[in-house]
Design a protein. Structure first.
Length: 157
């Protein structure tokens, strides 16, 4: 029974590590503290979504726009803003997406939105977080525990 419990713990360590290593949808901001404000579908069937994020009293409000193509590709952040003017709405037309701001609107073609999936907008700095480091540690710990409990030749005796 103790051996089965240990196997479950090792498996959970490995699964948790893999989950933490898979990139999330945002390079900035926290998807857990975001709420959807608007979405629309581009001419290439990709969905564009505007989120507003609030991290509490000490953190300012931020805005995140994501691109989610049909198929197996995951939703990815293409625009992030944590300063004024804020992002308030978006709508799609035959050429792309128009993002309403407190100032001049931001207009992206469907092709530009797809390109921003690969390299987010200028000025968007990707920050190193604890998530991938912690994921790697969990994965290594689970693998080391599995390795240490592998069957050996002298175990048969």
């Amino acid at each position: 029974m103790r051996l089965a419990g240990g196997a479950i713990i090792r498996a959970l360590l490995i699964v948790s590590g893999v989950f933490l290593l898979i990139p999330g949808r945002n390079t900035q901001g926290d998807p857990w503290h975001e709420r959807e404000m608007a979405s629309c579908t581009l001419s290439d069937s990709a969905e564009v979504t505007l989120y507003q994020g609030e991290g509490g009293g000490s953190e300012p409000t931020w805005y995140s726009v994501t691109h989610n193509p049909r198929g197996l590709e995951r939703e990815r952040q293409i625009l992030y803003r944590s300063r004024s003017p804020g992002l308030y709405d978006l709508f799609c037309d035959s050429t792309g997406v128009v993002i309403q701001t407190g100032g001049e609107p931001i207009t992206l073609t469907a092709k530009q939105a797809r390109q921003l999936r690969e390299s987010p907008a200028a000025g968007a700095r990707s920050r190193l977080t604890v998530r991938p480091v912690f994921g790697a540690v969990l994965l290594i710990a689970g693998g080391a525990l599995l390795w240490s409990l592998r069957p050996r030749r002298d175990d048969d005796v």
